[in-house]
Ligand binder design. Structure first.
Ligand SMILES: Cc1ncc(COP(=O)(O)O)c(C=O)c1O
Length: 292
């Protein structure tokens, strides 16, 4: 095995209000969140001891919980403090941070109105999601589509929504690609399995309207950074047939940061000036080298 399982590590995890040794942060097999996907989460990165946009992530976590009808006993401030302490206790400066809420074990039917809402924050060291970024990653097309907001609360960062992401990502990896581009239920270009997508033509940057997928914090940050650098950012419906008409493509996410794409199926892109400029601008921002 060339990886260390996540349940067999040293350190501390914040669980329901207090820190427990890493290996003791356990739940029972009969947990609603496990069986029915009643779990919401955040994926964040810390740079130099500071979680990027920690309050924004905590607010989104609470909003996701609300969308799933969950009322957590902890609030934004508790989660923000827990994240900072999880990093400090584990001695991490640059790391990935995962905050999540889920329905516990009190009830095991589809209905679980009286279940307790559990809360956890864990942090671990995690390098670049993709290696040698400027070389660009290879993407394929996913067969699974992002569902309609009338099918599922697609604005929520909810565990249930990730079933199609894992299916799509595994299929892409099995075929030798890094990730997959997903269309939405209407056949419009949507996003990757854990990141938003952008397409560049000259000084224009086109990105799909986030009306049925996560409007990423990185997406919104990069749109601002691009506009500040004189790019025209156009949020619009993008059809798959148009994708050959762009010069550059990149994806954004807390884990992926800004990652250029060199191939999408049979389309070739040339990671260039826009990718490089925004990759560096984002890196400078998260490290506090430029102001927000
Ligand atoms: C499906 C999906 N879309 C988009 C994103 C990007 O969101 P953010 O930039 O807030 O990390 C993520 C990452 O969390 C994701 O999992």
């Amino acid at each position: 095995m060339d990886f260390v399982p996540f349940d067999d590590r040293d350190g501390w995890i914040w669980l329901d209000g207090s820190f427990v040794p890493w290996r003791d942060a356990k739940i029972h097999v009969l947990t609603h969140g496990l069986h029915y996907g009643s779990c919401v989460f955040e994926g964040e990165r810390a740079y130099g001891g500071r979680v990027f946009e920690t309050e924004w992530h905590a607010r989104r976590l609470m909003r996701s919980a609300e969308l799933l009808g969950m009322t957590p006993t902890f609030g934004v401030d508790d989660i923000v403090a827990a994240k900072a302490e999880a990093m400090a206790r584990n001695g991490f400066e640059d790391c990935y941070v995962r905050a999540f809420l889920w329905r516990g074990s009190e009830m095991m039917g589809v209905s679980a109105q009286q279940s307790r809402i559990r809360a956890c924050v864990a942090a671990w060291q995690w390098g670049s999601y993709f290696q040698d970024k400027m070389a660009g990653i290879r993407l394929t097309h996913a067969k699974w589509r992002r569902p309609s907001p009338e099918t599922i609360p697609s604005e929520a960062k909810a565990a249930g929504l990730y079933m199609i992401c894992t299916l799509s990502k595994h299929a892409a990896e099995d075929a030798g690609y890094a990730d997959a581009l997903m269309l939405d239920y209407r056949g419009h270009v949507a996003e990757c399995t854990g990141a938003n997508v952008f397409f560049v033509r000259g000084r224009e940057i086109h990105t799909p309207v986030a009306d049925c997928f996560l409007n990423g914090i990185t997406r919104q940050t990069v749109i601002r950074l691009a506009r500040e650098r004189g790019y025209e950012v156009i949020e619009r419906t993008i059809m798959p047939e148009e994708l050959g008409g762009f010069q550059e493509m990149f994806i954004t996410g807390s884990a992926a940061e800004v990652t250029p794409v060199k191939e999408l199926g049979d389309i070739m892109y040339q990671p260039g000036r826009a990718c490089e400029e925004l990759m560096h601008a984002y890196a400078d921002l998260v490290r506090g080298k430029i102001s927000a």
